[in-house]
Ligand binder design. Structure first.
Ligand SMILES: [Fe+2]
Length: 457
């Protein structure tokens, strides 16, 4: 066993550039071997005669593309997902080992182990295909663990890995070489305290620029990110892997909630890699395409705007969801994210008729505060816009589709308050403090301000 554990350790250190120093890995592996007291009876494929359990970090099972979303309450849960090169679904159980940063240290160096500090999940195949029922395409595997029962408004650290239980034995100890993920749970619903979030979309192969900016963007310290789709050019797995790798400084510190863009050309590849809320009332075909979560006093809605059918079929749920949010005394702000914009003066794509037909009346009816979209690779903000006219109050429509995709020429129309060419790239940082909302649109390099905007309840 010790020989095998050392092999795992060396392999993991070679395979994981972001791993901890080798001394931690050696100590962890030594603990596994010493605690189990087993010898070399373990094989990577699983050996029913052995009794040792090992947190797998050899190259084919090392977790990669680790990231966080929410399927349920952001105050008490977080969903952790990753992929592995190996696609042995039966042989492994995904585990997350977690603790508060107060106990474990912000870098996780002081994490102690107990079974109570672990959560298990499931593995699921996804395929490079147009619909999830088509399993003829290239097969991939995503691991998902939802950690529940967390304390609101509390910093946590965690490690993730795919664990082999060779003989239903007790979980001995995780491998300290896996990357440490940090995050903070949301304040309890309705609690009014400052919340910072980032909204961005349309990377479309801009992974090198993401990587060049990712440390700075992570340092913004957002509570969460909302991503408005078009992650990759063609939705190939190597492009997804590149996106997750470039985004790692952000994804390893911040949950990210996405919506589907039209360049998620193989939707199962996108939905396979992002675990999202399954909201009652969303038609089965569009589960996870349309979702909502509450974060403090903010209601965030994600929609699939990439087809008229999606817009039509999601409308009834959207109406009910917005009705409930507006009736909720805990909620002050409603933010909607989608890919295709309701209003855009950009000549490349422009406004979306089906969004205007099916959803704009609902945004106006329920006085949605901000509607963020992408698709056009520029920046544009509308006036408060109601019944196709400038209004004193009403939904404000933003196109921020320049998260390092090649820029488009911007335009102006009757709704346009601010418009910027996409060659500067862009992202939006928003701060909500009780009844005050401030946001700033930055150029992609963060060096210049494209727009500032404030709302007061
Ligand atoms: Fe797009």
């Amino acid at each position: 066993m010790r020989i095998f554990a050392l092999f795992l350790s060396l392999a993991a250190l070679t395979a994981l550039p972001g791993c901890l120093q080798s001394t931690a890995a050696t100590a962890a592996d030594a603990t596994v071997a010493d605690t189990s007291g087993q010898t070399d009876a373990v094989s990577p494929g699983g050996d029913a005669t052995a009794t040792t359990v090992v947190w797998q970090t050899n190259p084919t099972n090392a977790p990669k593309s680790v990231h966080l979303t929410w399927q349920h309450d952001p105050a008490t849960t977080v969903s952790v997902q990753w992929t592995t090169a190996a696609t042995d679904l039966a042989g492994y159980t995904p585990k997350v080992w977690f603790d508060t940063a107060a106990n474990a240290g912000a870098d996780g160096a002081k994490m102690t182990f107990s079974a109570a500090q672990t959560a298990s999940g499931t593995g699921e195949y996804y395929y490079q295909s147009l619909v999830s029922t088509d399993t003829s395409g290239q097969k991939y595997l995503t691991w998902t663990v939802e950690v529940t029962g967390l304390t609101p408004d509390t910093p946590y650290v965690l490690r993730a890995g795919s664990w082999t239980d060779y003989k239903a034995g007790a979980f001995v100890a995780p491998d300290l070489t896996t990357d440490v993920i940090s995050f903070r749970t949301a304040p309890a619903k309705g609690k009014r305290q400052p919340i910072k979030l980032v909204l961005a979309g349309d990377s479309r192969g801009g992974n090198d620029l993401i990587a060049a900016n990712a440390d700075r963007l992570a340092a913004i310290g957002a509570a969460f990110w909302v991503f408005n789709g078009d992650f990759t050019d063609f939705s190939m797995q190597d492009q997804w892997d590149g996106w997750f790798q470039a985004m790692a400084p952000i994804l390893h510190t911040t949950p990210l909630m996405p919506v589907q863009g039209n360049h998620e050309a193989f939707p199962p590849m996108y939905y396979g890699q992002f675990a999202l809320p399954v909201n009652a009332g969303v038609p089965d075909t569009y589960q996870e395409h349309a979702w909502s979560v509450n974060y403090g006093n903010v209601h965030v809605v994600g929609l699939d705007s990439t087809s008229a059918a999606a817009a039509s079929d999601e409308a009834a749920w959207l109406d009910a969801d917005l009705t409930a949010a507006r009736a909720d005394a805990d909620i002050d702000w409603i933010i909607v994210a989608m890919h295709y914009p309701a209003y855009s003066a950009c000549t490349n794509h422009g406004s979306t008729a089906w969004v205007q037909k099916y959803w704009v009346p609902l945004f106006e009816k329920h006085n949605v505060d901000l509607v963020f979209a992408g698709h056009d690779h520029d920046y544009e903000r509308s006036w408060p816009w109601v019944n196709n006219n400038k209004a004193a109050k009403g939904p404000v429509y933003v196109v921020a589709g320049g998260f390092y995709a090649d820029g488009y020429t911007n335009g102006h129309d009757i709704w346009t308050a601010v418009s910027e060419h996409g060659n500067k790239h862009n992202y939006v940082v928003m701060t909500i403090d009780g009844g005050k909302l401030d946001y700033t649109a930055f150029s992609g390099d963060g060096a210049s301000t494209l727009d500032t905007y404030s709302l007061q309840k």
